[in-house]
Design a protein around this ligand. Structure first.
Ligand SMILES: CCCCCCCC/C=C\CCCCCCC/C=C/C(=O)SCCNC(=O)CCNC(=O)[C@H](O)C(C)(C)COP(=O)(O)OP(=O)(O)OC[C@H]1O[C@@H](n2cnc3c(N)ncnc32)[C@H](O)[C@@H]1OP(=O)(O)O
Ligand SMILES: Cc1cc2nc3c(=O)[nH]c(=O)nc-3n(C[C@H](O)[C@H](O)[C@H](O)COP(=O)(O)OP(=O)(O)OC[C@H]3O[C@@H](n4cnc5c(N)ncnc54)[C@H](O)[C@@H]3O)c2cc1C
Length: 661
């Protein structure tokens, strides 16, 4: 039996049960499998040789296939449900789609910010691909500071139109995906000016290109911003507007409207205009689960197939995963993957509740939703970007080849630390919320608190427990509560201290940024650890077999305790553990790793990625990695010159070799 088959044979887990839990049940998993069958049986959708294409060829391929899918394949195969379409697109293209279809930012913005009339008009067009869309908010000069955007939308009541204009170079829209080449329409975020008054940024639907010949409309200048760190073929673009006119009812008017005479009215909060960012941040957390699931699948499968160094005479070389250093890297990442799955479910559920409240004009959940989605987006994208890079390094030299799948996985996920809000900025938003709660409590000790910040009034968690049991979930939560509570108070004290020293509000806040970011990160890790522990009690988990439940608990322990070890300084500074506890903490972790070691392959198998989706020679399900690497390099055009001589020889090298010294 080969190594990977033996790993599976030795596993006591019911992998199918875990897959069903992760993807929403047996029926959905079966349907995912059917869709995968449709993709693999279509010769037009094969990825072989993809890594050797250049930027233009990759873009050509993704547009050609997307058009084929939208026009022919989806209807032919009866794929109508949005999530099925997303799966079909992502897995058949094998790369980020060229149209704003799966990100759906335009669609979601109209859905969240538009009136019923606007939704009736635009959603069917955007949802079917009859118009191609983008979301153009960021400008050359401003991304983070949305209130500083410069593009103007000035209302002209004589024609009942808005005039979209880019008054400066820095007001040029920049970065928007699909804007460079494909999009016919976009959400353009611009300052609304009516009756001479600037009402701040609002969302407008702007047609960018002709529906007849795709030329940019007069008054719109569009282009592609060029190759990037990742998302190689994607047409992230720029746009400038020269007094470009759009109809009045292209302002999304659910929360803010302009009447024909130019009268402006706003409902509820100006922050509702930021709704699409909040929504996407919640979904990005789910996306990070998927990305790390891919990374750990590749690295863990490879680590049981790869043997390196004969450590005992006559014995086989050791499997990489039997090295404790390899376990210290990969097993916490495996635990993090599961932790992210559970917390992503929660934040998406909270999003649903917030949206349902909003239907009743109730904004109660909005601050918590904003703070939690911002913190989770930041923590999850940073953890996963660093985690995927760690997986790559754990695969040695072969991890660095495009054939491993890591370069594309890493370069794409690393963008998520920036898009939808730079991670430091988002953590500062979470910190702002936490400090606001502290201030509220100082005025009113009975101020209502959401469950995730109740630690601020919990006096039971502030000391080290007399008898410390690291594997007790309740103790883990108590240690986290004490640590986060102390961190939040430290950040608060630092701001107050600045103010006492005579600093103005900005300076007092700015000099406290390291503490603020630290407390927001700590709070978010607490939220993730808590959600993992609480999820162990939910029916999806408690219905699983004993062994699955046992291993889920171990993963939850590893997630909580590994962060505790990494940030032990903060836990010690907060007084909830002592430096002398770290020896035991490390021992507990090592023994937990040993237990997960034997189930690691099954735990990544449960993510259910077939080889054609994973696109990694190292992560192959059958473990036949060396054969796969050999086959992969045979597709390299550089190896396809019949005489084995590359044309550069005839062009340059021949003369060089012929020249005398
Ligand atoms: C099941 C379905 C599956 C679907 C699968 C699809 C999943 C796809 C997932 C991933 C695929 C990845 C695809 C890649 C696509 C990438 C596309 C990228 C797009 C973009 O990047 S768009 C541009 C995004 N830009 C930003 O995020 C900008 C960041 N800046 C800001 O958000 C804000 O300007 C700010 C928050 C930093 C500051 O704003 P402002 O100055 O106005 O606010 P403050 O003064 O700081 O605070 C005032 C007040 O407002 C509250 N506030 C702030 N923001 C919000 C908000 N969004 N909502 C609610 N409230 C908000 C803040 O807390 C303050 O409140 P208090 O005064 O303290 O009460
Ligand atoms: C792949 C990709 C796709 C994108 N797609 C889109 C899209 O479709 N549509 C769109 O509109 N935009 C898009 N963007 C833009 C993206 O949203 C912005 O780049 C992002 O919001 C960060 O803004 P910025 O680039 O202005 O960074 P900056 O704000 O210039 O940040 C640079 C650094 O300064 C720090 N900093 C900035 N302001 C502060 C502050 N107030 N306090 C403390 N520190 C600060 C940040 O932490 C960061 O480290 C995309 C970006 C990428 C990389």
């Amino acid at each position: 039996m080969d190594d990977i088959a033996r790993e599976r044979a030795n596993s006591k887990l019911n992998t199918v049960e875990i897959t069903n839990l992760l993807f929403g049940g047996e029926f959905i998993v079966q349907r995912m499998g059917e869709i995968r069958g449709m993709i693999t049986s279509d010769p037009a959708l094969q990825m072989r040789g993809y890594e050797f294409l250049d930027r233009e060829d990759k873009y050509d391929r993704s547009v050609k296939l997307s058009t084929y899918l939208l026009k022919t394949k989806l209807s032919e195969l009866g794929i109508n449900h949005y999530l099925e379409k997303v799966q079909f697109f992502r897995e058949s293209l094998g790369t980020v789609p060229p149209f704003d279809f799966t990100e759906r930012i335009f669609y979601n913005t109209v859905n969240g910010q538009g009136t019923q009339e606007q939704k009736d008009k635009w959603l069917p067009l955007a949802g079917s691909g009859k118009i191609l869309t983008c979301y153009a908010q960021t400008e050359l000069g401003h991304g983070t500071f949305v209130r500083g955007l410069e593009t103007t939308a000035t209302y002209d009541s004589t024609t009942q139109e808005f005039i979209i204009h880019s008054p400066t170079l820095t007001s040029t829209k920049w970065w928007s995906g699909c804007l460079g080449i494909a999009a016919t329409h976009g959400i353009v975020v611009a300052r609304l000016i009516t009756n001479g008054e600037d009402k701040g940024t609002h969302n407008f639907i702007v047609q960018l290109r002709s529906m007849e010949n795709h030329e940019p409309l007069k008054g719109v200048i569009i282009g592609d911003i060029g190759p990037k760190f990742g998302f190689v073929e994607k047409d992230n673009g720029y746009a400038r507007f020269d007094h470009f006119r759009i109809p009045r009812d292209n302002l999304l008017m659910r929360f803010a409207r302009v009447d024909p005479d130019g009268t402006y009215t706003r409902r509820l909060s100006s922050k509702l205009g930021y709704g699409s960012m909040v929504q996407l941040r919640a979904f990005i957390t789910f996306n990070t689960f998927e990305a790390l699931a891919r990374g750990t699948t590749i690295a863990i499968r490879y680590s049981v197939v790869r043997r390196q160094t004969q450590n005992r005479p006559g014995a086989l070389e050791t499997q990489l995963l039997d090295y404790t250093n390899q376990q210290f890297i990969l097993i916490p990442l495996l635990a993090t993957t599961y932790a992210l799955y559970f917390v992503a479910r929660r934040i998406i559920a909270l999003l649903g509740e917030t949206q349902a409240q909003l239907e009743q004009d109730n904004l109660t959940l909005l601050p918590e939703m904003h703070a939690s989605s911002a913190g989770l987006k930041a923590v999850s994208t940073t953890a996963v970007s660093q985690g995927i890079e760690a997986c790559r390094i754990a695969c040695g030299g072969h991890g660095y080849s495009q054939s491993s799948g890591f370069p594309e996985l890493y370069s794409n996920i690393s963008a998520s630390m920036t898009y939808e809000g730079d991670n430091n900025i988002l953590l500062l938003q979470t910190a702002r919320y936490l400090l606001k709660m502290v201030n509220e409590l100082s005025h009113n000790p009975n101020h209502p608190l959401s469950d995730n910040v109740k630690y601020l009034t919990d006096n039971n968690c502030i000391h080290r427990p007399y008898s410390l049991i690291f594997t007790s979930s309740q103790q883990q939560l108590s240690l986290y509560r004490g640590m986060v509570r102390a961190s939040v108070h430290r950040a608060h004290a630092r701001v107050l201290d600045g103010e006492k020293r005579g600093l103005d509000t900005f300076d007092a806040w700015n000099q406290a940024a390291p503490e603020l970011i630290q407390c927001a990160e700590a709070h978010t890790y607490y939220v993730i650890a808590k959600s993992f522990i609480e999820s162990l009690e939910m029916s999806g988990v408690t219905n699983m077999c004993f062994e699955n439940q046992r291993i889920m608990k171990k993963l939850s322990d590893i997630f909580s305790l590994h962060y505790m070890l990494q940030k032990s300084g903060v836990f010690i500074e907060s007084g909830v553990i002592h430096g002398s506890d770290l020896v035991e903490l490390r021992e507990v972790l090592v023994s937990l790793f040993a237990e997960i070691r034997t189930e690691a392959v099954s735990l990544v198998d449960a993510f259910n990625y077939p080889d054609f989706v994973l696109r990694s020679v190292l992560g192959r399900k059958d473990g036949d990695v060396y054969r796969a690497m050999w086959d992969w390099v045979q597709d390299n055009p550089r190896n396809k010159h019949p005489d084995g001589v590359h044309p550069v020889y005839h062009k340059y090298v021949k003369q060089l070799l012929a020249s005398k010294l």
